[in-house]
Every structure is written in structure tokens, then in C-alpha cells.
Design a binder for this molecule. Structure first.
Ligand code: HEM
Ligand SMILES: *[C@@H]1O[C@H](CO)[C@@H](O)[C@H](O)[C@H]1NC(C)=O
Length: 234
């Protein structure tokens, strides 16, 4: 348990290669006119949160991943349970381990204030906060495509089915990623996300947590957004 040394996450850069049906509406400059203060505000709050607790950078990266794997990158992970919303927060992969929600809340409220209106989507905030977290921890940067729409629904069932479990073996993990349009190389690369952060609740006999070889699985990190559709069912 503990921080792994930080090595790469380099080709998260490939995140800029969005290839979905919605990609024509996405752009890194999406808020350029409507809210030029959006990105600096997100960065400021993330830097502040990471300064207070370095692990928060890892937690925010994971939140973006767990958002994207369920219904696409649509902020569905943020929705609390109501009579109509089946919250993803209590799905096994999230319950007692997803964290950083209060930082996202703070970003949202500061961004809305800076913009003068609620123009920036929570899904975009999650994506930018993940990038800014990695940068704040000394990792590389990449352009984030913007213009995602927030979901009004969530799915605990999908979260349970679609988020990978640490008990999966390699073929199961490959299949899990394939279901999201990601290949084995993407799996290896994205597993590089584990070069930061902590784990708490799980047994150690799997390749992603306590096993020291996990840090060898990291050539390059890539493509969370790039191949997962945003704001739509995948
Ligand atoms: C490949 C399948 C994956 C599995 C089975 C998996 C599993 C896990 C598990 C079990 C934990 C520990 C949770 C806890 O006990 O608190 C964890 C933490 C984490 N995961 Fe993954 N993960 C996967 C992929 C990813 C990806 C693609 C990313 C991001 C690129 C990522 C980023 C993280 C981070 C940053 C943490 C630490 C979070 C914190 O310290 O709050 N994981 N993961
Ligand atoms: C989530 O965790 C809490 C403990 O913090 C537990 O009481 C609850 O039963 C868990 N929910 C699910 C659905 O597993």
C-alpha cells in the first residue's frame, strides 16, 4: 500500500483523438467564448485540493475513469440516489472507494461563479480535473476535448456490470475493455493510472493492486475519452 513512484501517463495525450459520433461537437476551445475562466478555475481548485492531500489527484483520475465506463463520460457517477436515479455510487467498484466528490462539487460551484452561469458540464469538469490532477502530481499534460453533456440518469446495474473488478483475470480484463471499444494495449496503457494513488479494501493477489509488477504494466496511458462515447450509451 502507498504511493507508487510516478512514471508516466504520457499518452493520455491521445485523449485528444476523440473518435465518437459526438466528436464533431467537441473541442478543447468549447468554453473559449462562453467562459474563458472555466479552465483556469478548475486548475486552481484541483491544485489546491492536491496541495492539501496528494492522494486526491489519484482519486479524481479514478473518478473520471469510473464515470466514463458507465454510460460514457456523462457525469452519471455524481448522481445521488433518488426515486428515479439508480446511483452508481454504491456499486461495488465505487462504494467506500470512489472519492473526491466534494472537490468536484467545489469546482462546479466556483466555475459557475466564475462563468456567471452554469455553462460548464460536470462531465467536462471530471475530464479536466483528471488531467489537471495528473499534471499537479508531476505527470504529463494533454488537451481535453470539451462539450460533453451531463446525464440525468445513472445506472448502478451498469456500473456493477461494466466497471472492471480486481478479481478479474487478464482475459476477463481484456474482454471488459473490449466492451468499451478499448484493446489490450489500451488496457495496459491505462493501467498506468495505478502509478498514483492508494487502495484500501481489497485482497492483494491481483495484478493491479499490491503486486509490484503492476508498475511494469505501464508503457503509456491513453484514450479514456478517445474511444468511449461521451454522454451516450456505449
Ligand atoms: C484495468 C482494470 C482496473 C481495475 C481492476 C482497477 C481496480 C482498482 C482497485 C481495486 C483500486 C483500489 C480501490 C480501493 O481499494 O480504494 C483502484 C484504484 C485506483 N485506480 Fe484502478 N482499476 C482499473 C483501471 C484503472 C484505470 C483505467 C485508471 C485510470 C486511468 C485507474 C485509476 C485508479 C487510481 C488513480 C486509483 C487510486 C485511487 C485513490 O487513491 O483514491 N484504474 N483501481
Ligand atoms: C456500501 O457501504 C456501506 C458501508 O459504508 C454499507 O453499509 C452498504 O451496505 C454498502 N452498500 C452496498 C450496496 O454494498
Amino acid at each position: 500500500m502507498g504511493y507508487h513512484s510516478f512514471s508516466l501517463l504520457a499518452s493520455f495525450l491521445l485523449l485528444s483523438l476523440a473518435t465518437t459520433a459526438f466528436s464533431s461537437t467537441l473541442s478543447p476551445y468549447y468554453y473559449y467564448k462562453t467562459c474563458p475562466q472555466a479552465l483556469p478555475t478548475i486548475r486552481r481548485v484541483v491544485e489546491d485540493a492536491v496541495r492539501q492531500e496528494r492522494r486526491m489527484g489519484a482519486s479524481l483520475l479514478r473518478l473520471h475513469f469510473h464515470d466514463c465506463f458507465v454510460q460514457g463520460c456523462d457525469a452519471s457517477i455524481l448522481l445521488d440516489k433518488t426515486s428515479t436515479i439508480d446511483s452508481e455510487k454504491t456499486a461495488p467498484a465505487n462504494n467506500n472507494s470512489a472519492r473526491g466528490f466534494e472537490v468536484i462539487d467545489r469546482i462546479k460551484s466556483e466555475v459557475d461563479k466564475a462563468c456567471g452561469c452554469p455553462v460548464v458540464s460536470c462531465a467536462d469538469i471530471l475530464a479536466v480535473a483528471a488531467r489537471d490532477s495528473v499534471v499537479a502530481l508531476g505527470g504529463p499534460t494533454w488537451n481535453v476535448q470539451l462539450g460533453r453533456r451531463d446525464s440525468t440518469t445513472a445506472s448502478r446495474t451498469k456500473a456493477e456490470k461494466d466497471l472492471p473488478s480486481p478479481l478479474m483475470d487478464l482475459p476477463a480484463l481484456i474482454k471488459n475493455f473490449k466492451n468499451k471499444g478499448l484493446d489490450a494495449k489500451d488496457l495496459v496503457a491505462l493501467s498506468g493510472g495505478h502509478s498514483i494513488g492508494l487502495h484500501s479494501v481489497l485482497p492483494s493477489e491481483n495484478i493491479f493492486t499490491n503486486n509490484p509488477t503492476s508498475t511494469l504494466l505501464l508503457p503509456v496511458i491513453a484514450i479514456l475519452d478517445a474511444r468511449i462515447t461521451m454522454g451516450s450509451q456505449t
